[in-house]
Design a protein around this ligand. Structure first.
Ligand SMILES: Nc1ncnc2c1ncn2[C@@H]1O[C@H](COP(=O)(O)OP(=O)(O)OP(=O)(O)O)[C@@H](O)[C@H]1O
Length: 332
C-alpha cells in the first residue's frame, strides 16, 4: 500500500451567511437579525494514497465542493489541517506555498463558466505555465500543443474560443489547463456532470489514462455513486458536512455499512434491482445552518434510536481500512 499523499485531519469550514436585502433593512431599522453560520464541512478526516482515485459522494449541499476547494487551496479551513506530502499546506510560505498550490489542481463542473470566453484556447492553457516559468516564451507554443494533444484535442484548434467547442471538448480544455502546470493531484468537482452519458464515459476514460501516464492521484467529487463506481479505488460518503463512511469501492457497493450509504445505493436503479434492495432515502436534506443534533442523518434513518438523536457518532474503523460513523456498529 503506497503512502498518503494527502491527509485531511479534523477539517471544518464555516461560512457566515450574508444577510439578504430584507434582513439588512430590518437591521438598519433597529431589529435584531441573527447572523447565521453554515457548517459546510464539520470535522472531516480523510487520507488519500498516492496514485489512487478517491470518490467523494453525497447529496447536493453536503459540503463536497467546499472540501474539494479547501484541498485545492481555494478556501482556508476554519479548523483542522490539510497536509500535502506530509506538510501542513496553511503553514507554507513563499515558493513552497506556490509549489504546493500548483501541485494540486481543480477541474470544475461547467467548463463554459470556468473558461474565460474572451481568451483563445492557447491563452487559456498557456497562461499559468508562462506565469510560473514552466515554459519560456520560445517554447510555449510547443508546450500548449503537447498539452492539447495529451487530452485528445487537435492542436490546430488552439486559436479558437471556448464557445466554438462542444461540451466534451470544453471539458478537455479544462483538463488541459489543469495539467499544464504539471500537478500531482487533481480535484475533479462534478467534472462530468454536465455532459451526455456517452461523453461522460470518454472523459472518465481520459482521466484514467492520464492517471497512468502522469502518475496522478484524484479526489473525484460526484453526487452520483454510479459515476464514481467504476473509476474509484475507494469511496468516501459525506452527509451534511460530515464523513459517514469510507472504504474500498467494491466493499461500499457490495456491503454498505451506513444507513445513508444504503439509501444512496437504493437510488441507483440497476444496483437496487440486480443486487440487494435497501429502503430508498426519505425526506429532505436538513439545512447545514441548523443541522439536527446527534447523528445528522437520524431524522431520515429507518434504524434511528435514542442515542442517535443526542450523540454524534465517531467515524470508526469497523474492519481493515473500512470506516463508518454509525451507532449501530456498537450494538453488534
Ligand atoms: N461561499 C459560501 N458562502 C456561504 N455558504 C456557502 C458558501 N459555499 C458553500 N456554502 C454552503 O455550504 C454548504 C455546502 O456547499 P457545497 O457546495 O460544498 O456542497 P456540495 O455537496 O458540493 O453541493 P453541490 O453539489 O450542490 O455543490 C451549502 O449549504 C452551501 O450553500
Amino acid at each position: 500500500m503506497s503512502e498518503a499523499i494527502l491527509e485531511i485531519d479534523g477539517v471544518s469550514k464555516r461560512f457566515v451567511k450574508t444577510l439578504d436585502l430584507a434582513e439588512r433593512a430590518a437591521r438598519m431599522l433597529g431589529a435584531t437579525v441573527r447572523e447565521l453560520t453554515v457548517h459546510a464541512v464539520d470535522g472531516v478526516d480523510l487520507s488519500i494514497r498516492k496514485g489512487e482515485v478517491m470518490g467523494l459522494v453525497g447529496e447536493s449541499g453536503c459540503g463536497k465542493s467546499t472540501l474539494g476547494r479547501m484541498v485545492a487551496g481555494l478556501h482556508p479551513p476554519s479548523a483542522g489541517q490539510i497536509r500535502f506530502r506530509g506538510r501542513d499546506v496553511a503553514s507554507l510560505k513563499g515558493a513552497d506555498a506556490r509549489e504546493a498550490a500548483l501541485k494540486v489542481q481543480m477541474v470544475f463542473q461547467d467548463p463554459m463558466s470556468s473558461l474565460n470566453p474572451r481568451m483563445r484556447v492557447d491563452q487559456i492553457v498557456g497562461e499559468a505555465p508562462r506565469v510560473h516559468g514552466l515554459a519560456g516564451s520560445g517554447e510555449i507554443d510547443a508546450y500548449v500543443e503537447a498539452a492539447l494533444q495529451r487530452v485528445g484535442l487537435d492542436p490546430a484548434m488552439r486559436k479558437r474560443y471556448p464557445h466554438q467547442f462542444s461540451g466534451g471538448q470544453r471539458a478537455r480544455i479544462g483538463i488541459a489547463r489543469a495539467l499544464a502546470v504539471q500537478p500531482d493531484f487533481i480535484v475533479c468537482d462534478e467534472s462530468v456532470a454536465a455532459l451526455d452519458v456517452s461523453i461522460q464515459a470518454q472523459i472518465l476514460n481520459l482521466f484514467m489514462d492520464l492517471r497512468e501516464e502522469l502518475d496522478l492521484t484524484y479526489l473525484f467529487i460526484s453526487h452520483d455513486l454510479g459515476v464514481v463506481e467504476h473509476i474509484s479505488d475507494r469511496i468516501a460518503i459525506m452527509y451534511l458536512g460530515r464523513m459517514v463512511e469510507q472504504g474500498a469501492s467494491e466493499e461500499i457497493f457490495t456491503a454498505p455499512n451506513h444507513p445513508y450509504t444504503q439509501a444512496l445505493l437504493a437510488e441507483i436503479p440497476t444496483f437496487a434491482t440486480t443486487k440487494k434492495t435497501y429502503s430508498a432515502i426519505k425526506g429532505e436534506i436538513p439545512s447545514p445552518i441548523d443541522p439536527p443534533p446527534g447523528c445528522h442523518f437520524h431524522p431520515r434513518c429507518p434504524h434511528a434510536f435514542e442515542r442517535c438523536r443526542v450523540e454524534r457518532p465517531a467515524l470508526k474503523e469497523i474492519a481493515a481500512n473500512r470506516y463508518s460513523a454509525c451507532h449501530l456498529n456498537d450494538m453488534s
